[in-house]
Design a protein around this ligand. Sequence first.
Ligand SMILES: [Zn+2]
Length: 266
Amino acid sequence: MDTLLTDNVLAAVVGAILGAAIAHALDSARERRANARTAQRLVLGDIVALHGEWKALLEELYASSLTADASINVQLKAQLFRISGRSNQAGVVLAHAYSSRQVRASYKKLRSRYHETQALFEQTPRPNGHLRTAAFAWLDEQAERVGQVASTAAGIRQKDPGGIAWVGWGSIANKKWAEKYEALSFDDRAPPWRPEVTVYVVGLNGRDEEGQTFRQVQLDKIRDLVCAEHQRAIHVTFRGRKSHLSTEIAVCCEPMLGRARERLRM
Ligand SMILES: [Zn+2]
């Protein structure tokens, strides 16, 4: 009787201890999840703020090429260095907070777009207003993508923000599988002001020699085609199979489409 009682008491005590331990483990798992969510949301907030600052600085950089005041440029350069450092820092935090490769890849591409745009605006003569607008749209497009993938991963419900309508360039992103491929890639597409040929063709791997040669031959055909009005280059995407290729040409305007078709002999 005594033993049974002791056993029962012991079982109850062990049960209580186990129960508490399990509850604690669940709590801390819940806590960890909550902490992870908080970290994800915080860094996303930082990235949104940084995007606004980047754009403001790039706008200043574009405007500053009108003035010959060297001191303004030195100050601006320093600010650009600082924001670049802060973006890198946000990238490190992001990599810790998000396990999703897609999130990290999309932010890496956004950072490279800031630097591409900065390099473009530092050119002399500076790009015209059309290309300036295109460059900002190109930045916003990627920022939008980062916002979408990161907020989905962080469990933030997002209404369709309407997106950025980028007429002429959108068709590339519409194809589901290419979209997935691109989303996971850490390498970005070329900016609108640089020519590009992308090959999504079965049996033509971009890494093997045949694929490389194919890409190079096509790229040589369009390399020097730049629109005089919009200052944009041409992006061509090949899809399908070797025996049945479909070609998409992303251009800024009708005359450029004609010239691109002529070059690609379509
Ligand atoms: Zn054009």
